[in-house]
Write a protein that binds this ligand. Structure first.
Ligand code: ZN
Length: 1050
């Protein structure tokens, strides 16, 4: 085999431990100094009865709410049910296919038909030529005509919506934007809206709004409330930020929405009703679903492919009911308005001709700082020119109106960081009011115009639609991958700054650990020593930093370098702080005698605590770094020794550390449990030590490793195929059954327009195989807990690992990479999986970890258009099999040829790509990525039109996103007695995910936890066509609807 093409793994121990994930970094900083004697294990009756009562109550509430949760009370019930097919729950059995026909809980193709007016975006993509002809004044569109009498019966009702787009970080940090612009905008808003009750304004970013609120006095707050009540100021979407919709995981999308909505509810007592997403680089139906679920009825989106916009304009489908792919009913529908033109600025919103519309951006009046690039300056409205100006503008409005089905016209008025100075408010509101007054005075023009908010617009729209007895068409699908002009597809940002995309998920996993909310509930802990409020503030700060990072210039990797550092610092600090909260909460929960609790951060509790953050019983491998090659791990409660493996920590690819060792042991963790283990130094033969084999063609490495058995075959033996296997899988020289791994480079174009933070503009040659002058060093490790093969190349190391575990954890192949391309210029590194799956041009990627979306690789589109975001999963499928790649981070993915799936690992680009950032992406870091690869057989059972992950893939994805958390400390003789914490009696059904458990803020006392906790459950769709070929240790639910996904417990 050729090592430069068929790479098999790698990942030096040192790299691995330092970078593989932040968890491990944190463990290293904590380090385990092994005590010499065993810590006394102290199982003792524990009085957690109060907490248990609460959880029992929670379980009862769940049961009451929905029969779904009848299955929650574990296997006793399930065993009965499985005898009666389709009654309440199914239990997987060892026989792989016996239940294929009867799998409940899935929907088939014929149920998904929409009416004649239904739009499926995949069909639109098949239909469109993507030929980009010059449309004249509206370059990407067409000439719009009207007769002039269209509004005689029903006048044009025009609603002009002033807005100011405030990025919470982009060219400047959040803080700097706030100081330089945002606070002035909001201060002036208060004055200028109060001056004239006809004036209106919308505001989206609650991160800014809440910061400003904290800095104004009570009198001003009252003014804000009056403006909101009067409908002059409307908070739209209500999220903490205007979130990215490609890279963000739905946990974070929803959490930032809750954070904003809770703030609004608390301070203003209102609920947002309309969404506003004008700048995210493509749009996801997951966001539409969350907004609908959060009580919104309408939404506005802007950045969709220009060819799709043009098509929708021709079909008058720019306004539609956005329906979920998997939903056969209209319950998830939300009214969506898509802006027709290039941008959300004034030149591209009044009508099709930007040269005309720019003349009505009165911020660009002569002598000001801004001007019109079309070289016709705006004029102030005067008595002399008002007729000519009004008619010129009306012509644009009328043309735009022809693209919609109703005579109500929505026109935004604003741009990035607009309305900073009071003169700008006067210019815009004064001149437009004059024009509106003119329209009023000339009824023969048949136009009524006013300032409005989104609620004003959508209210008028729905009234008109109802009056006409018409409805909007339905639409299914998503708006990726976005192109704003020519072949400029925004698929670069799906991977840009991958280090931070990974960090984002690490904070997310840390925030989701539900033990700390449990301890926030006052009624549970009356111990004055427990720092409840302090912990709550840390939790809130962590949530808000994660929320901030969902901004469409943050997780996207499209901010300036210092801003990226600001975000990264926030994420990292939050992770550290949350670990302290978790440690303290775990301590309290585990103490047999609560009176022994003492809050002392400098002296945390003893032993090794492993927390399972998932709602499933799981077998896992726990990994810690220790200072001895001999170690013993016992279950603190039973004294039972655990299966352990000691591996080398590789300081260099072939030099093992003599001070640090990696200790891995196998644990079986009940759902949401905290389990205590004692780790002690023991004789060197107490744990199985990994055995190593090193391979390097032509040049066997000199290996330094005093504690491990190492062999280094020479001659033909050195080139023999490598193999690994566990009970379920066989791996041979990088082949998992028939899956190979390759690495390749993309370069960028030679023309002036090159790839940057947003855009992927690869060179004509496409991807070139990765090759290096030196043959790779390949290190094979074998042990009782796991075996792996690591290949070390100049720019990356690649490891494939098999866990020797029963259950689902042993059913997939773990792949991890650490990438360092800092020595390169204008290059992007990709990992390509090559399989024998005959998937034709179809493949599937997830949207926000929430749902799967079919993709079609189209040869009529350029290569970069065929890349899509992958937040957590992608798969290829044919009639016989499916290969799923489950991912722990967001990256760009494509399937350019049948059987292939490629993932962009990192990108280093020296230049700006002309979207305003003004710099390249050259702050690359040593970056880790982590995946699980799963190949499964497929049973055709009727051809579902909507594909989901299998139950097994869901479980593996859950484990990947939420690794067990370990809390380790150094030794101390004063070990208090700890008792394991088991909040659930059994796993939840496999398809039910405990998404979040969130302590709510006290309504009376700011920054303090209330007695209320929000519990969010997500019932996941799962694949119909394959039955699990593994015995799953859980049940799944039948086809029943969940009415409500949020509950509050007291
Ligand atoms: Zn923006």
């Amino acid at each position: 085999m050729k090592f430069n093409q068929l790479l098999v793994l790698l990942v030096g121990g040192a790299f691995f431990l330092a970078m593989m994930s932040l968890y491990r970094m944190l463990e290293m900083t904590q380090g385990v100094k092994l005590p010499h004697s065993e810590t006394p294990a102290g199982p003792e009756d524990n009085d957690l009865s109060r907490l248990k009562q609460q959880i029992d109550k929670l379980e009862r509430l769940l049961s009451d709410n929905n029969r779904l949760v009848a299955t929650l009370r574990d296997s006793l019930f399930s065993r009965q049910a499985s005898r009666v097919k389709g009654v309440a729950a199914n239990v997987s059995s060892g026989s792989a296919h016996s239940q294929a026909v009867a799998l409940p809980g899935c929907r088939l193709a014929e149920e998904m038909k929409d009416g004649a007016d239904g739009v499926q975006l995949l069909d639109v993509y098949d239909l469109l030529p993507f030929d980009n002809p010059d449309g004249g004044a509206w370059k990407q569109g067409f000439e719009i005509s009207y007769k002039g009498d269209e509004w005689d019966e029903q006048p044009l009702e025009l609603i002009l919506v002033p807005h100011s787009h405030n990025d919470p970080g982009w060219l400047k940090t959040f803080e700097n934007y706030y100081q330089d612009q945002t606070k002035h905008i909001l201060n002036n808003m208060l004055i200028k809206l109060t001056e004239d009750s006809r004036r209106k304004m919308i505001w989206a970013e609650i991160s800014y709004f809440s910061k400003w609120w904290n800095n104004i006095d009570e009198q001003k707050r009252e003014m804000v409330k009056r403006l909101v009540k009067a409908g002059q100021l409307e908070l739209v979407t209500g999220g903490w930020v205007m979130a990215d919709e490609a890279n963000s995981h739905y946990f974070a999308l929803l959490d930032q929405l809750i954070e904003g909505h809770q703030w609004i509810q608390r301070h203003l007592g209102v609920k947002p009703s309309s969404g506003w997403a004008v700048d995210p680089f493509g749009h996801s139906p997951s966001m539409a679903y969350l907004l609908k679920g959060a009580g919104l009825s309408n939404m506005v989106i802007q950045r969709a492919h220009y060819a799709v916009k043009k098509h929708f304009a021709q079909q008058q489908t720019l306004e539609f009911l956005w329906r979920q792919n998997w939903d056969s009913s209209p319950r998830s529908d939300i009214t969506c308005h898509m802006m027709p033109f290039y941008s959300y600025d004034v030149p591209h919103t009044c009508g099709p001709n930007p040269a005309v519309c720019c003349q009505f951006d009165f911020h660009r009046l002569k002598g000001g700082r801004a001007s019109c690039p079309w070289r016709i300056a705006p004029q102030p409205i005067t008595e002399q020119n008002i007729k000519e100006r009004a008619l010129l503008l009306l012509d644009q409005y009328r043309q735009k109106s022809r693209l919609f089905r109703s005579p109500v016209l929505f026109v935004p008025l604003g741009d990035d960081f607009r309305f900073v100075e009071s003169s700008e408010w006067d210019a815009q509101f004064g001149n437009y009011q004059a024009l509106f007054d003119y329209f009023d005075q000339h009824p023969e023009l048949h136009v009524k115009a006013r300032f409005g908010t989104l609620s004003d617009y959508f209210g008028a729209l729905h009234r008109r639609l109802n009056a006409a007895g018409t409805t909007l068409p339905t639409l299914r699908g998503d708006f990726f991958t976005y192109a704003d002009r020519d072949d400029h597809y925004w698929s670069g940002y799906f991977t840009s700054r991958p280090f931070y995309k990974r960090l984002d998920r690490t904070l997310e996993a840390t925030l989701r650990y539900p033990i700390s909310p449990v301890t926030q509930v006052h009624s549970l802990i009356n111990d004055p020593d427990f720092p409840t409020s302090k912990h709550f503030q840390r939790l809130t700060a962590g949530r808000r930093n994660l929320a901030l990072f969902q901004h469409h210039d943050a997780v996207t990797g499209t901010a300036r370098d210092p801003v990226v550092v600001d975000y990264g610092t926030r994420l990292f600090r939050s992770i550290l702080n949350l670990h302290q909260v978790l440690q303290s909460s775990a301590h309290w929960l585990l103490l047999s005698d609560k009176s022994q609790y003492h809050h002392d951060q400098s002296k945390p509790f003893m032993s090794l605590i492993v927390f399972n953050p998932t709602e499933q019983l799981r077998s896992s491998v726990v990994s810690v770094v220790v200072d001895s090659p001999g170690a013993r791990v016992v279950d603190a409660e039973t004294g039972r020794p655990m299966t352990t493996q000691i591996s080398a920590v590789w300081a260099e690819p072939s030099r093992a550390s003599t001070e640090h060792f990696q200790l891995d042991f196998v644990v079986e963790l009940p759902p949401l449990s905290l389990v205590v283990y004692h780790v002690t130094k023991a004789s060197v033969d107490s744990a199985h030590r990994a055995q190593y084999t090193f391979h390097r063609r032509g040049n066997p490495p000199a290996v330094q490793s005093e504690h491990f058995q190492v062999s280094s075959p020479e001659g033909p033996e050195a080139d023999a195929p490598l193999s690994l296997s566990n009970k379920h899988l066989q791996l041979r020289s990088g082949l998992l059954r028939r899956v190979q791994v390759q690495f390749l480079w993309y370069g960028t174009r030679t023309q002036t327009e090159k790839s940057g933070a947003y855009l992927f503009l690869p060179g004509d040659k496409g991807a070139q195989p990765y090759s290096s002058l030196d043959p790779p060093l390949v290190r094979v490790s074998r042990g009782p807990v796991f075996s792996d093969i690591t290949s070390c190349f100049q720019h990356f190391s690649h490891t494939v690992r098999l866990l020797h575990l029963d259950g689902h954890a042993g059913r997939s192949l773990e792949i991890s990479n650490t990438v360092d391309i800092r020595s390169e210029v204008n290059r992007e590194l990709v990992m390509r999986l090559v399989s024998d799956v005959a998937n034709s041009n179809r493949f599937y990627t997830d949207l926000n970890g929430f749902q799967m979306q079919q993709r079609r690789t189209l040869s009529k589109l350029p290569l970069q258009a065929n890349f899509y975001p992958m937040s957590s999963a992608a798969f290829l499928q044919d009639a016989a099999s499916r290969v799923s790649l489950l991912s722990a981070q967001s990256q760009a993915v494509a399937s350019l040829r049948p059987g292939e799936l490629e993932v962009v690992l990192d990108r280093r680009l020296q230049q700006d790509d002309n979207r305003g950032l003004g710099q390249g992406v050259t702050d690359n870091k040593l970056t880790a990525s982590l995946y699980h690869l799963l190949k499964s057989l497929v049973n055709e059972v009727g051809g579902a039109s909507v594909e989901h992950l299998s139950l097994l893939a869901h479980l593996i994805s859950l484990s990947l996103s939420h690794p067990p958390m370990t809390m380790v400390t150094s030794s101390d003789s004063q070990v208090p007695k700890l008792h394991r914490f088991l909040p659930l009696r059994s796993s939840l059904p496999c398809d039910v995910h405990l998404l979040n458990l969130r302590t709510l803020e006290d309504s009376q006392k700011a920054e303090s936890p209330s007695q209320e906790v929000a519990l969010l459950l997500h019932r996941k769709g799962f694949d119909c066509s394959s039955t699990p070929d593994v015995e799953l240790q859980c049940t799944w639910s039948v086809h029943e609807e969940v009415e409500d996904n949020t509950h509050v417990i007291n």
